[in-house]
Design a protein around this ligand. Sequence first.
Ligand code: UDP
Length: 173
Amino acid sequence: SLFNRNMADPRAERTFLAVKPDGVQRGLVGEIISRFEKRGYKLGSRQIRLVVEPVKILIFFLQPSKDLLHNHYAELSSKPFFPGLIEYMSSGPVFAMVWEGTDVVSVGRKMLGATNPRESPIGTIRGDFAIDVGRNICHGSDSVGTAEREIALWFTPDEVVSYGLAQKKWIYE
Ligand code: UDP
């Protein structure tokens, strides 16, 4: 088979990225995936069950439960914007992904831009497509440790696929 789980680079860094409900509704899933693909990063997540109808539907995104979101954003639970953040994040499906590659956590954060889109440089995802902080269309882990915690929270190990990227030697020296 051309697909081999064991071809993954064990040293590759991973991050958790998500297109938030507003990004999904605004049709920006493809744009966000495309930027990470073109940069040379590797998508590591496969289909995940849609949590609201777990029996039949296999789809790439899920409607996160409030429990999941409370856990995901636990560090922010005392902030005044926390209740609004949970409402926003649970308002529709979220497109959850794992991306792999050298320094993907820090480079990924730069590609997303600043938390407040109006302070985010043009050329970043938030700087190009968003205006308000509470509608900033995407999430990216802020450290390697957070990334591993978030991947374990949103995915079972079985849902994260490892494979070799054919173009790897053209991207990495
Ligand atoms: N947020 C908000 N108001 C704020 C700060 C943050 O609504 O004043 C939301 C925003 O959607 C942000 C999320 O809470 O993306 C998590 O905040 P964090 O500081 O972790 O920013 P991020 O890591 O997402 O850039």
